[in-house]
Design a protein around this ligand. Sequence first.
Ligand SMILES: *Cc1c(COP(=O)(O)O)cnc(C)c1O
Length: 338
Amino acid sequence: MIDLRSDTVTKPSDEMRAAARDADVGDDVYGEDPTVNELEARAAELMGTEAALYVPTGTMGNQIAARVHTDRGQEVLVERESHVYKWELGGLAQHAALQVRTIDGGDRGIPTPEQVRDGYVEEDAHRPGTGLLTLENTHNSKGGVAIAPEEIDAAAEAAHDLGVPVHLDGARVCNAAVARDVPPARFAENVDSVMFCLSKGLGAPVGSMLAGNEDFIARARRTRKLLGGGMRQAGVIAGPGLLALDNVSRLADDHENARVLAEGVADADGLSVQPPETNIVLVNTEGTGLTADEFLAACEERDVLGTQFDTHVVRFCTHWDVNREDVETAAEAIRSAV
Ligand SMILES: *Cc1c(COP(=O)(O)O)cnc(C)c1O
């Protein structure tokens, strides 16, 4: 089976398993786990921020950020297809008591400065006020598009001019960095916090990082505890996480494999394929007469797995556990599934 459902399906390498076994550990709730402390320091360095916090999941990282940046009852500006809005169980309402205002970020899922200004609500006797803008890079639902740093800067600047802080959901920001040929820190330069996942293309079994300034991270640490995310000898999972930080440049292989996959299925009858910028390939099945579900079932019969994104949209995602030969085989299977 060639599993292209997500880049989260990777199994830890032998090296990562050894790092888990050998990790120097302590009680991280007391700040005494040296491996976690090292991971947080290195993540902060990678993002060019003062500090970082190890969190069990990307979702928890986003939810903590939303809660720390805002006051109860404020509005949060989100892109209408963004993960934090679409795929996190309405957590913005549940954990931070926020009202969501959506922005249509178009094909690439990035709000323009104008849209940020239009979406802003000034606090008064009747209106809650805007407490946060969230951005996403790469944008998952839009097909892993790698948004340019300048576009992130522009949206963030518009928010900052209105006194609104900005959180970047950078679950795959390292993919964006590789695709745009800039250091990951470039995307964090003009935002107030950034979350990125160790457990996706970087290959760690568990964990994400939330990065920002000292004050933000101190408050995020308390909120992590509030949400039940205070961990003890977490060095056991942070050890593999440290190795994951060395895998940023490796993401280029996933991008190349996604390109090969996309080209391999582009001429399949009725399939329309979005040229990938990173490790995500979106395929529209409408022209084949098959729904996404029917198409995926046919792929599965041929030993290839993908994810349904919409009635006629399927996502295939490349990752560390599939190589060039696998994606070539997968492309052939997908063509025959049509
Ligand atoms: C995967 C993902 C998350 C959440 O990460 P989990 O570790 O699965 O909770 C958040 N945002 C985006 C854009 C993602 O792709």
